[in-house]
Structure formats: structure tokens, C-alpha cells
Design a protein around this ligand. Structure first.
Ligand code: SAM
Length: 220
């Protein structure tokens, strides 16, 4: 794909996302900056600007651009924020968050995905991200509190270590529900208690870990 084509496709994607109701100029700007074709396998490059999830190996997916934009809009990152992201995947959402905040700590369960994502962001010159691998349902207590926490995989319930690591007045955005369908929630910490706001129904791959789903199945 020629550079002009990529820019045009990105601009078209931003128009589509905007038509789907994303209004934050900062989010739309960031979505227009990141080359999604760098985050998908070479065999899917021609589909990089379609608004749908794509397989990235290990049974995982790069999220649909419009859901990345929606989650980012609800997260409302500011330039001085420190963000914890659980579920790095390809690193596409991570790159968007990095453009809109001061620092991102991202945790991925599969080291291979974490390494590939780190390489992609380094290639793009993005330097304000720390990559960790392991069970993200435990969060990263050493780095707490975080102004914002984003979970990009589907949880059976709100993992309490993550809520504990959220700063007072901070937002945590997370899909919660069954393995097959969830509701995306924005949770705000007010006086150390969660205030819930439901956003949209959605479908994510499961969050596997101590405070998520078991590897084999059925928590609900
Ligand atoms: N937003 C990502 C992107 O743009 O490529 C896609 C994230 S993908 C839908 C969800 C990711 O969460 C997968 O890479 C999966 O391996 C990861 N994951 C699942 N359970 C996890 C856990 N306990 N800790 C960290 N990562 C986890």
C-alpha cells in the first residue's frame, strides 16, 4: 500500500468513526495518526482499515477501530495522566493511549505478543510505554495509583486489584459479562467506591487470570 493510500484510508476511517458518534477531537486526531497496517499480520494488511477486529495469532485479536475509539473516548485520557492497560494485544490501542497521555503501563499475558507490540511502538518512535507480561488481573501495584485503567478483554466481574489501583476520581473502562457477550462499563472511583455507567454491549476475548476467567472455561 502506498503512503498516500494509507493516509487516505486512515482519513476515511476517522470519518467513519466520527459518523458512529465519536466526538472527541483528541481521540479522532490520535486515530488518524497511528498506522493500523503496522499492527496486523502481513497477510491482513489490505484489510487494516476495515472497521472490524482481525486475528493477530495466539487466538487473540486486534480490536475493531470504532471500539478502540469508543473506549478511548470514555477513558478520557489527559496529557498528564498515567494509564494502566490490561491486554496489550497488537499494541494498537496502546499506541493511541500513548499519544494522548503522559505514560502508559501495558500488561499482556502472552510474552510473544508483548515483545511484538514493544517492537512496533519503538519503530513508530513511541517512548512513553512500559511493557509487562503476566496476569494483568493483578494489575501492577508497584505503579499505583493510576489515573486511568483500561481492560481490553472480557471479565466476569470487576477485578478488585484493578479497582484498588485506580486513583480517586479516576476512570476504569472494562467489558464485563459472560464469555460470549458483555457490556462495556465505565467505573469511576468516588470516595473509594465504584460508580457504574454502562456504555454499550460488546464482544471481547476473555480476560484469563486469577481475577478473570479460568483457562478452561465457565466461571458464570
Ligand atoms: N486492544 C488490543 C489491540 O488493539 O490489539 C487488543 C486486545 S485483545 C482484544 C485482548 C488481549 O488481552 C489479548 O492479547 C489477550 O492475550 C490479553 N489478555 C487476556 N487475559 C489477560 C490477562 N489476565 N492479563 C493480560 N492480558 C490478558
Amino acid at each position: 500500500m502506498a503512503v498516500d493510500d494509507q493516509q487516505e484510508q486512515r482519513a476515511r476511517l476517522v470519518r467513519q468513526i466520527s459518523a458512529r458518534g465519536i466526538t472527541s477531537p483528541r481521540v479522532l486526531w490520535a486515530m488518524g495518526q497511528i498506522p493500523r497496517e503496522e499492527f496486523v499480520p502481513p497477510s491482513c494488511r489490505s484489510e487494516a482499515y476495515e472497521d472490524r477486529p482481525l486475528s493477530i495469532g495466539w487466538g487473540q485479536t486486534i480490536s475493531q477501530p470504532s471500539i478502540v475509539a469508543l473506549m478511548t473516548e470514555y477513558l478520557a485520557p489527559e496529557p498528564h495522566h498515567r494509564i494502566l492497560e490490561i491486554g496489550t494485544g497488537s499494541g494498537y490501542q496502546t499506541a493511541i493511549l500513548a499519544l494522548l497521555s503522559g505514560e502508559v503501563v501495558t500488561v499482556e499475558r502472552y510474552p510473544t505478543l508483548a515483545f511484538s507490540a514493544a517492537k512496533r511502538l519503538a519503530k513508530l518512535g513511541i517512548q512513553n510505554v512500559h511493557f509487562l507480561w503476566g496476569d494483568g488481573t493483578l494489575g501492577w501495584p508497584e505503579g499505583a495509583p493510576f489515573d486511568r485503567i483500561l481492560v481490553t478483554a472480557a471479565a466476569p466481574h470487576l477485578p478488585h486489584p484493578l479497582f484498588a489501583q485506580l486513583a480517586e476520581c479516576g476512570y476504569l473502562v472494562i467489558p464485563i459479562g459472560s464469555r460470549s457477550e458483555q457490556t462495556l462499563y465505565r467505573v469511576r472511583k468516588i470516595d473509594n467506591r465504584p460508580a457504574w455507567e454502562s456504555v454499550v454491549t460488546c464482544r471481547f476475548v476473555p480476560l484469563i487470570g486469577q481475577f478473570g476467567w479460568s483457562e478452561e472455561g465457565a466461571v458464570d
